[in-house]
Write a protein that binds this ligand. Sequence first.
Ligand code: SF4
Length: 309
Amino acid sequence: MNVIRASVLGYCAGVRRAVDIALREAAARQKVYTAGPLIHNPAVLETLKVRGVEILEEDVDAPCAARGAVVIIRAHGVTPQSEARLRDRGFRIADASCPKVKRSQTLAQELSESGRRVFLAGEKRHAEIAGIQGYAPGGIVVESARDALESARILFAEDPAAETAVIAQTTLSVEDYAAICDALQMVFPRITIYDTICSATRERQNALRTLCEKADAIIIAGGRNSANTRRLVAVARAAHTVSGEATNGAAVAGKPVVLVENAREIPEAFVTGTYNTIGISAGASTPDEVIDEIERALLSSGGALKGQP
Ligand code: SF4
C-alpha cells in the first residue's frame, strides 16, 4: 500500500496566524479568551484549553473578573457590533481575523454604504458569513443556486432596479460560486461579482483533485464542523464519483472518501491493505501534528510513503 499526501494541505496562513496569536497571548497573560471557538478543529481547541484559553460566547455578559483581559477575535472574524460590545465590557482585543476575511468585511461595508444590495454566497450559519453580514446590514445570504434564484426573484419583486453585488465565503468551492452567480445573473444581469474565494481554498481543492487521480481511497483530515474540510470531502467525492454514501466505517462502491478528525477514526479498510494507494488531504484548520499522526498510522499498518503528486 502506498500513502501520498496532497501537494498542498493543512493549515493556511490565516489559521496559522490565528493559532500563533492565541498561543502567544496564552503564554503572556493570565486571562485570555477567544470570541467563539478560535478555529474549527477539536485538537487545536483542546491545546488552547490546556493552556488556559477560554471560549467566550459573544452574547453572554463577561464576568467582572474578566475586565482587562484579552479577547482574541477568531480567523473567521466577528461582526463590528460584537467587537464593540467586547470593547465596551473592557476587553482588550487581539484581532486574529484573517486579513482575507477582513478584506471581504471591508468590501461588504463599502458596497452596502454605496447603496448596493449585497448577496453573500455561503453557509447561513457560518461565523465568517455572520461576521461579514454585520458589515452589510440587509445582506442576503444564499447557500445554493436554487436559493440564490429564489432570493433574487424576491428582491426583484421588491425593487427591480436594485443595484446588486455578490461576495463569496472565502471557503466556497469555485463550482458552487459559479452556479450561484449564474442564478443571480438570470435575475440581475448587471450584478457585480467579486471573487473573494481564498486562494488557500482553491489550492487545497486543486491539489486534492490531482491526488484523486492517483489514489484509490482518500482520507480528509479535519474537524467535522470545519466548512473548508467538508468542502474537500465534497470535492473528493465529486472527483471520485462515488456511488452510494461513503461513511467512516465501510468501503463503498466506487472510491471511498472519509473525513477523520484523528488517526483513531481511520476506518479499518484503510489499514488492512484493501487499497493500493491512499491519498491524504487536510482542511485549512488541521494542524500538522494531526496529519503526521494519520500518516504514521497508515505507514505503521504496512504503507509506504510516496512522493507528492
Ligand atoms: S482559508 Fe483563506 S480566508 Fe480562510 S483563514 Fe485561511 S487564508 Fe484566511
